[in-house]
Design a protein around this ligand. Structure first.
Ligand code: NAD
Length: 364
């Protein structure tokens, strides 16, 4: 296969983990006889520095032509000025919106060898296998109006809008039930229906969609309670579906079941198809640009590399190749190799590139 993959390294540890993904893909190409045409483009803070905008038109144009996109992370203290007119996150949000990537899939499967890295007791973690489905192009991250203004008392105030239409909720809910049908047949929908009007519409609409899937159990939870249930009974969850803001927050919490943010992959998918008739997705780890460790060569590349496996599966239909990466990760962790974020005090951690080399050895 010949596939066009756009790389968007971004900021902080983004370039470090994207380089890791690139090396793994080169190895996969060599082993399985594929050619991945990988070209890097600007997004986020570095794009602001070089072009004045977070999502240059050229980047958007190549992403629209790519078979799949790999993204590191955007943002960092350099671009954090609250008064700045352009912000790195505009690049990522703009890309998701422009590509219609309404569904963000975030699998949570604690690795048996990493249970000690999680703050939760092992007895809670055994058998945890959930998929969090986050709505990605709606809700408060996109709602209008949004503004800063001076109110009648002469003080500054700011406003964001949480808005969902029935059709936006229907399409993400339908996907949740479809995915649950291939898993353990349970959907947990998370909202704040006791307070928010948009959440009441969310709950009503998810309930209507559920009627088309009588074989699937539907559980509704309020976001505040869900954050607690996620820690007290994580094994009970199969597919969790929720809106953009709550999904953003609850997946960072869920990442600690796996021991580190650095372990968690994600795939963002929409309706647009690539030249292989598969979804043109955006694949990125759930973590951010981690400015506290950027440039030190110690970032955990596993979340990015497992995102790459998701790309091979969802956007290129290369199932054996995806499984080869997942098995290599499994095997490296079983052999006791760890980056600093998941190493125990008495273990000497590997650098990012040492971890990648171990994975490449396993792939060979
Ligand atoms: P973060 O995810 O960057 O980091 C949180 C903590 O996890 C840090 O201590 C970091 O060192 C650690 N960590 C994250 N990824 C790691 C990895 N691969 N290996 C080892 N440790 C890892 O979140 P933050 O510190 O809240 O945000 C930093 C910047 O990233 C901000 O500018 C934020 O806006 C941005 N951000 C970007 C994205 C994205 O691009 N998708 C997502 C979240 C945050």
């Amino acid at each position: 296969m010949k596939a066009k993959i756009t790389l968007l390294p971004g900021d902080g540890i983004g370039p470090e983990v994207v380089e890791a993904a690139q090396k793994i893909l080169e190895k996969i190409g060599q082993k399985f006889g594929h050619h991945f045409d990988m070209e890097a483009h600007l997004i986020g803070g570095i794009a602001i520095d070089k072009t004045g905008v977070a999502l240059p038109e050229e980047t958007l144009a190549v992403c629209k032509k790519a078979d799949a996109i790999i993204l590191g992370a955007v943002g960092g203290p350099k671009w954090d000025d609250p008064n700045a007119a352009v912000r790195p996150e505009q690049g990522l949000l703009g890309l998701r919106k422009e590509l219609g990537l309404f569904a963000n899939l975030r699998p949570v499967q604690p690795h048996p060898q990493l249970m000690g890295a999680s703050p939760l007791k092992e007895s809670y973690l055994e058998g945890v296998d959930m998929l969090i489905l986050r709505e990605l192009t709606g809700g408060i991250y996109f709602g209008e109006p949004r503004e800063k203004r001076i109110n009648a008392n002469g003080e500054e105030e700011a406003l964001d809008t949480m808005i969902y239409s029935e059709s936006e909720i229907q399409r993400i809910a339908r996907l949740a039930f479809e995915i649950a049908g291939e898993r353990r047949k349970k959907v947990t929908s998370i909202d704040k229906a006791n307070v928010l009007e948009s959440s009441r519409l969310w709950r009503k609409t998810v309930g209507k969609v559920a009627k088309d899937y009588p074989e699937i159990e539907l559980e509704n939870l309020l976001i505040d309670a869900a954050t607690m249930h996620l820690l007290s009974r994580p094994r009970d969850f199969d597919v969790m579906v929720t809106m953009n803001l709550f999904g953003d927050i609850i997946t960072d919490e869920a990442s600690m079941l796996t021991g580190s943010m650095g372990n968690m992959p994600s795939a963002s998918l929409g309706d647009a198809l690539n030249e292989f008739g598969k979804q043109r997705g955006l694949y990125e780890p759930i973590h951010g640009s981690a400015p506290d460790i950027a440039g030190r060569g110690i970032a955990n590349p596993i979340g990015m590399i497992l995102s790459t496996a998701m790309m091979l599966r969802h956007s290129l239909g290369l199932i054996n190749e995806a499984e080869a990466i997942e098995k290599a990760v499994d095997s490296v962790l079983n052999s006791g190799h760890r980056t600093a974020d998941i190493a125990k005090e008495d273990e000497s951690p590997l650098s990012t590139s040492e971890m990648v080399n171990k994975l490449i050895e396993k792939l060979a």
